[in-house]
Each structure stands twice: as structure tokens, then as C-alpha cells.
Design a protein around this ligand. Structure first.
Ligand code: ADP
Ligand code: MG
Length: 627
């Protein structure tokens, strides 16, 4: 059958812009991003955003940037008109956030757009209106220096797109998130966001961050956006390699989260979400965080535009690097360095959380404070003066604490209390010697070491702490002379799943360099001749099973370094003083001193703290002696 061939014709500009809008402006947050980027490009030091109905009814961005002349106002809404590329259109030399000249015409094609602007030093402001792609001529208006862009009824001209919008709440959240990232990317600019459920209601303030002219505007800004606990528990990073600079703040491992949502990355001040970064951060925190926990950090990469392809889709937050390995390596190594330099520090949030828990526990138990020897249970008490229940609880508590507790009662506890002569005075013989983790006073439940520091109490989880020390010693042995091994008197044969056995045997040579000598003992069995000396007597079948499980999780993208770290971490866990082993006071103090001297000793390999410090002032407020 013959078909009448239709003629080819050029699309109308409005149609072209609508198609482009579908890609560039896929939702209100994308429009906000473009408008705020324009404000930043215009040198604004303050950007105020107002939205109604999640941005669908209204988005208004006001800035105090350089503004536009009357003629530029008309040009700004023409497709591919930009003031941001040098005359030679060099795409490798991009110093602004925009450069495509697509945003304003795209927004204008699918909404009712009004731009009002007064140029820096100009004596009048002009306004222009675009509706569904058709514009008015500029008209005189009243406006201070800077620009205000108002977008109403986004997508009214493309009803199909309107149908695909998420709820207004979701759009408002996306806008808030976008603006937070912009605020982190530009710490010297003040930002605000106000939102109203509909146009007829008064907007409420959602976000307001002022630029602080302090020594470190970035840290101030991160405190405002990510949270004060982050600002207080973050390590500064600033390294430059070749022409690439990586800086920012990374959270201590003990300040970890369930999702990676608090990992912020910026490339040349653009917020990005990128697999490469996520992977590199994993690598950096590899032996201080469990796999299901995520660090909190804000990293800024400044890289010459010739090293990165920014010409990827404007709405996408991925980046393409010319040399991804270089960038990855730089991130991993600087994270590791910063964490190692932090020494035994753990985040203050740990003890704050412990205190908070102690308080909330007591509120449940305030009617039943007791001290029953057969059921060891230490309750803490936080009096609240205004309730009589508490007052009664307090006197009961006082009574039970007055009852003398004999040595024999103590001995009945599952955890033996080890009295320590008075090593504090011995250790403090040199008054200039500062012992950050204090002097061991007792071991409780054969699991925790209680130490007295100059201004508080330190509670150490002996297993977690020893595991970290073993790990660091194994690593330093590997770097130096190789892991020293111990020959087993009787080689141990371990039966296991044939696949698991094979995985181990495939790496027998590598394992040998890490102090573990294994060989095949027929299908589904492995014979162990030597183990790392540091591990002492260890549960060998358990160790092999865990190693085989680690290896099953590796794939072609796992870096060799990560594999080694994995194996060593698993070994360290198996070689540690288990909870439940009594320690002498010498052993306990030795452990504390080693922790002070060992990098990363503030957390175990899973990101849990190895110790908690309660300052005397915290304890006093816990007892209501002080607020
Ligand atoms: P691009 O940002 O890629 O250049 P846009 O469509 O976003 O493209 O903007 C077009 C032009 O309008 C910009 O190049 C700039 O000259 C001007 N412009 C847009 N917004 C502002 C603003 N807030 N202040 C000053 N000039 C602006
Ligand atoms: Mg732009």
C-alpha cells in the first residue's frame, strides 16, 4: 500500500523549547536548581526562594546579583543565548554553573514566567513576561539591583507532564534538598526558602542560612545544614595533587548513619551523586565501619574542567572523569590519612547518646529502682523536681544505695569486680604525663574496663578495643617485615563446603603472606599449618569460615587493597581478647596506653566505639547536681 509521505518541516521554536523543557526541567526542583545557579553565576551574595504548592503554583527566586540590562532580558529567554562562554565557545574552559542558555527559554515554554531585573549601576528595572513560549516586550518596573524570576503554573502548557508530578509534599522536599546542597556548595552566599501550601496562604520559613564571615565559612555552613554534631565531630581534609584539590570535612567513624544520604559531594561547586564517590568513601572507611553503616561527610573536588566532562545532561548529577582511578585513589587515601590522624578520638555523640539513653531508661524505671544482687542491674537516675513519683523514687534509691554491699555479694555477680590497688598515683608519678584514657580502676562483667581520667570516667569495651589494636599491629607487620607466624603443634584440618574451601585455596599464597598457611586436604577440607602469631590460640574453623564468606562477597571491582584490609580485619576479630576474659590491672593499663598510641583506636572495625568517656560535668548533670 502506498502511503502519502508527509513533508519534513522545522519544528516551531515553542515546540523545541517544550521538548527541551521535558528533559531539563523534569520537576520543580530542577527549575529551582537552574534559577539558583543563575543567581550564583550572577555573583549574588543572597538568594531568597519562595514556593507555593511544592513549586507547582509558584516558584520565586530573588537575588542581589549583577542583574540584566533591558536588551539582555530579552536575549536571556532565547534559546542558546548565554553570557557564560568565552567568545571562542571553549567547552573545556567553563567557569560558571550555566553555559547552555537553555534554562530560561525551557521554563518559559512550559509555564508563566516573569523576570524582573535591574543591572548593577543601572537607573531602571525592566520586566518581561513569557507565557507558554510567547513573550511580551520589556516594560519599566520597580526593583532594586538584582533579579527576580517568578515561575507560575509550571507545566500548565504540557498537561501530560503535569500528570506525572509527584505529590506537592514530595516536590517541596526535593526543593529543600536541592537548596541545602546549593547552600553547602556556596558557603559564602546566604540562602532562604519559604513555602506555602497554596498561593493564598502565607509562606513559612523552611530554611534560612546566613553567610558567616568567619575563619571557616564552610564549617559554619556545614553545621547549619548537616548539623552541629557533624561540625563538632568532623575532620578537615585538604589535599592537592597535580591540579586537583580535594577538601571538605569527614565525620568520625562513630558518627555513622543507616543510609548514605548524609554523604555530600561537590565537583567544581556542583552537587553530584555518583557511584564513584560512594565506592571511594566505602574504601576510605573500609576498616572502621560495618558494611551496613555509612559515614557522614561533605567533600569538595576542584578539578580543571579539562579533566572532567561537565557536558553530561544538565539534570543529571553524575560526572565523567577522564581518569576515574586517580580521583578514587585520591579520595580513599586522604580519607584513610585523616582518619588515622584522628588517633583514638571517637565522636562526642557517642557519650551524649549514652547519657540520653541513661536518662530515658530511668524515666521508665523510676518506680522500681532496686539493687538486687542476684540480678546485676545498675540504674542511673535523673531526678525531675516537679513530679512526686520521682521524689519517692529518689528516697527509695537513696535507701538501697545506703545498704552496704559485701565482697561476697559482688562475687555473686557474673562479672567479677577486680579491685585495683591505686595505680592512679603510680601512673601519675610524673605529673606532666597526661593520660587521655585515664588509669584502669576495675573490670566489670569481664567485659568492660572502667578507667578514671583527669576529668571523667572512661568505659572501654575490651573486645572492641583489643580487636582494633590487633588489626593495627597486623597491618604494620604487613607493611614492614611481613606477618610473623606461629607453627601449630598439630596441623588442624577444617572441613567445609567445597566451594568455600576452593575460594580459600585459590588465595593460599596471599593468605600465607598474611601469616595463614593453608593447603588442600582433599575435597571439602583445608589443612592449617600456621596462623598469625598475634592471634594467639584462636578458633581456626571459625576464622576460615569467616574468611571464605568475605571472599564470596568480592567481585572484579574489589580493589586488592580492600581485599587485604578485609582479611586482616577478619583475622583481628578472631585474635582479640574476647569479652568475658578477666584482665589484670597491668593488662588493662597496657591496653589503654596502646589505644592512646594507636591510630583509629576510637572505633572497632564496624564503626562502633571502643570506649565512651563521661565527663564529670556530664555525670553531675545526670545526678541533677548541675544542669
Ligand atoms: P545559562 O545559565 O546556561 O547561560 P540560562 O537560560 O539559565 O542559560 O540563562 C540565560 C542568560 O540569562 C544567562 O547567561 C545570564 O546572562 C542571564 N541570567 C539568567 N539569570 C540571571 C540572573 N539571576 N542574574 C543575572 N543574569 C541572569
Ligand atoms: Mg542557567
Amino acid at each position: 500500500m502506498l502511503v502519502n509521505r508527509p513533508n519534513i518541516r522545522r519544528l516551531a521554536e515553542t515546540t523545541v523549547n517544550r521538548i527541551a523543557a521535558g528533559e531539563v526541567i523534569e520537576r520543580p526542583a530542577a527549575a529551582i536548581k537552574e534559577l539558583v545557579e543563575n543567581s550564583v553565576d550572577a555573583g549574588a551574595t543572597r538568594v531568597d526562594v519562595t514556593i507555593a504548592a511544592g513549586g507547582t503554583q509558584l516558584m520565586r527566586v530573588t537575588d542581589n546579583g549583577c542583574g540584566m540590562h533591558k536588551d539582555d532580558l530579552t536575549l536571556s529567554i532565547e534559546r542558546h543565548a548565554t553570557s557564560k562562554l568565552a567568545d571562542d565557545d571553549d567547552l573545556l574552559n567553563i567557569s560558571h554553573l550555566g553555559f547552555r542558555g537553555e534554562a530560561l527559554p525551557s521554563i518559559g515554554a512550559v509555564s508563566r514566567l516573569q523576570i524582573t531585573s535591574r543591572p548593577n549601576g543601572g537607573d531602571a528595572a525592566w520586566t518581561i513576561h513569557v507565557e507558554g513560549g510567547r513573550r511580551t516586550d520589556p516594560a519599566l518596573a520597580a526593583h532594586p539591583t538584582g533579579t527576580q524570576v517568578e515561575v507560575r503554573d509550571l507545566f500548565f502548557a504540557t498537561p501530560a507532564r503535569l500528570k506525572f508530578m509527584k505529590s506537592e509534599r514530595a516536590e517541596q522536599m526535593a526543593i529543600t534538598d536541592m537548596l541545602k546542597r546549593m547552600a553547602m556548595a556556596h558557603p559564602t552566599v546566604s540562602f532562604s526558602l519559604s513555602a506555602a501550601p497554596t498561593l493564598s496562604e502565607a509562606p513559612k520559613s523552611i530554611l534560612q542560612v546566613e553567610a558567616a564571615p568567619l575563619d571557616d565559612p564552610l564549617l559554619t555552613r556545614l553545621g547549619q545544614i548537616v548539623g552541629r554534631d557533624f561540625a563538632e565531630n568532623a575532620l578537615a581534609i585538604d589535599v592537592t595533587r597535580d591540579d586537583i584539590r580535594l577538601h571538605g570535612y569527614v565525620g568520625l567513624p562513630t558518627l555513622n548513619k543507616r543510609t548514605a544520604q548524609s554523604q555530600y559531594m561537590f565537583v567544581n561547586t556542583r552537587p553530584v551523586l555518583d557511584k564513584l564517590f560512594r565506592g571511594a568513601v566505602r574504601g576510605g572507611y573500609q576498616d572502621v565501619l560495618a558494611h551496613d553503616r555509612h559515614a557522614v561527610l561533605a567533600l569538595y573536588l576542584e578539578i580543571p574542567s579539562s579533566f572532567v566532562d561537565v557536558n553530561v545532561h544538565p539534570a543529571k548529577s553524575e560526572v565523567r572523569f577522564r581518569d576515574p582511578g586517580l580521583v578514587r585513589g585520591m579520595i580513599v587515601s586522604s580519607l584513610k590519612q585523616a582518619l588515622a590522624d584522628a588517633g583514638h578520638r571517637t565522636s562526642s555523640t557517642v557519650s551524649i547518646a549514652a547519657l540520653g539513653k541513661a536518662r530515658s531508661d530511668t524515666s521508665l524505671q523510676q518506680n522500681s529502682l532496686h539493687f538486687a544482687p542476684q540480678q546485676p542491674h545498675y540504674t542511673t537516675y535523673m531526678p525531675r523536681a516537679n513530679t512526686s513519683v520521682v521524689a519517692r523514687g529518689l528516697s527509695e534509691a537513696a535507701e538501697s544505695f545506703q545498704a552496704p554491699i559485701s565482697e561476697t555479694e559482688y562475687a555473686g555477680y557474673s562479672g567479677r569486680v577486680e579491685a585495683v590497688s591505686d595505680p592512679y598515683t603510680e601512673e601519675q608519678a610524673d605529673p606532666n604525663r597526661i593520660l587521655p584514657l585515664g588509669v584502669a580502676r576495675a573490670q566489670l562483667h569481664q567485659t568492660y574496663i572502667v578507667a578514671q581520667s583527669s576529668d571523667g570516667i572512661v568505659l572501654v569495651d575490651q573486645h572492641a578495643a583489643h580487636e582494633r589494636l590487633t588489626l593495627e599491629r597486623l597491618k604494620s607487620q604487613m607493611r614492614e617485615q611481613g606477618v610473623s607466624r606461629q607453627l601449630l603443634l598439630l596441623p588442624e584440618v577444617v572441613e567445609m563446603d567445597p566451594d568455600a574451601a576452593q575460594r580459600l585455596l585459590d588465595r593460599a599464597e596471599d593468605l600465607a603472606t598474611m601469616g595463614l598457611a593453608i593447603e588442600s586436604f582433599g575435597t571439602g577440607a583445608v589443612m592449617v599449618r600456621e596462623t598469625p602469631a598475634l592471634l594467639g590460640t584462636t578458633n581456626i574453623p571459625g576464622l576460615l569460615a569467616d574468611l571464605a564468606e568475605d571472599m564470596a562477597a568480592w567481585d572484579s571491582t574489589t580493589a586488592l587493597e580492600d581485599k587485604i584490609d578485609h582479611v586482616v580485619a577478619t583475622m583481628a576479630c578472631h585474635g582479640s581478647i574476647r569479652a568475658g576474659r578477666p584482665l589484670t590491672s597491668e593488662e588493662m593499663n597496657a591496653l589503654l596506653r596502646q589505644m592512646e598510641a594507636t591510630p583509629l583506636s576510637g572505633q572497632c572495625a564496624h564503626g562502633r566505639p571502643t570506649y565512651i568517656e563521661l565527663k564529670l560535668s556530664d555525670i553531675e548533670s545526670l545526678f541533677g547536681r548541675k544542669e
